[in-house]
Design a protein around this ligand. Structure first.
Ligand SMILES: O=C(O)c1ccccc1NCC(=O)[C@H](O)[C@H](O)COP(=O)(O)O
Length: 238
């Protein structure tokens, strides 16, 4: 499962979080955010992390040109559109960015209409991300979604779950939903843009324990299923 830790601003924290197990680091390229980071600063973080770690720039309501410039200057592997970008805007951006650069469209879920809206982006973007709606803030709100109401959400493209995830509630969320990845920011922070490495380590311990449990369950099923199959394939004596 993809695990994106968003709102990285410090090279040493980016490096430590990559070592702890993040598959992606997120950089907030929205100037109004307390987690804002420039393309030059993104480069400083990126220079400290292994190349296989994804590097996602988060943008909101800016131009395709600005996104493309930061994507190149920041050596990004993906861009996340966190504002009110239309499917047409995403299609235009797709034509301008190299195909290797992932486009993630974030939907801030206010009501069930947002989930219907998700269908409009299929084919225009690579991945969807569901985040909580907040009247004043675009992201990093710490607010959780109503997971129970999301159980029917099953888009025909990969999707990431965001919104108020913490080391304490991540298992609850994943027991109810099966996203292709998760995205956390304020739930693993001391202050906006200042990640708490103890909380990040706790998150990965929780995910590791979950994986071990799933593996153990799978292993306990194998002998039974294997035996069943052998019986089915026994030669007939008739
Ligand atoms: O984090 C911000 O400050 C931010 C500002 C403007 C647009 C998007 C922003 N964050 C987007 C993210 O990807 C966050 O990780 C996501 O909203 C989840 O945040 P949280 O609820 O704090 O885990």
């Amino acid at each position: 499962m993809r695990v994106k830790i968003c709102g990285i601003t410090k090279p040493e924290q980016g490096q430590a979080i990559a070592q702890l197990g993040a598959t992606a680091l997120g950089f907030i390229c929205v100037p109004a955010s307390p987690r804002y980071i420039s393309a030059k600063q993104i480069r400083d973080v990126v220079s400290q992390i292994p190349r296989h770690i994804e590097r996602i720039g988060v943008f909101a309501n800016t131009s395709c040109l600005e996104i493309c410039q930061v994507a190149v200057a920041g050596d990004l592997t993906g861009v996340q559109l966190h504002g009110d970008e239309s499917p047409e805007f995403c299609t235009q951006l797709r034509q301008l960015l190299p195909t290797s650069v992932e486009i993630i469209k974030a939907l801030r879920v206010r009501n069930s209409q947002a989930l219907v809206q998700a269908n409009l982006y299929i084919g225009c973007v690579d991945t969807l991300l569901l985040d909580a709606y907040h009247p004043q803030m675009l992201g990093g709100t710490g607010k959780t979604l109503d997971w129970e109401n999301l159980q029917q959400f099953c888009p025909s493209c990969p999707w990431l779950l965001a919104g108020g995830l913490t080391p304490e509630n991540v298992n609850d969320a994943l027991n109810q939903l099966k996203p292709n990845g998760i995205d956390l920011s304020s739930g693993v922070e001391r202050a906006p843009g200042d990640k708490d490495l103890t909380k990040v380590a706790h998150l990965f311990q929780q995910l590791e324990a979950r994986k071990m449990l799933a593996d153990a369950e799978l292993n306990s099923k194998i002998p039974h299923e294997f035996f069943d199959r052998r019986e089915i394939h026994l030669p007939s004596h008739s």
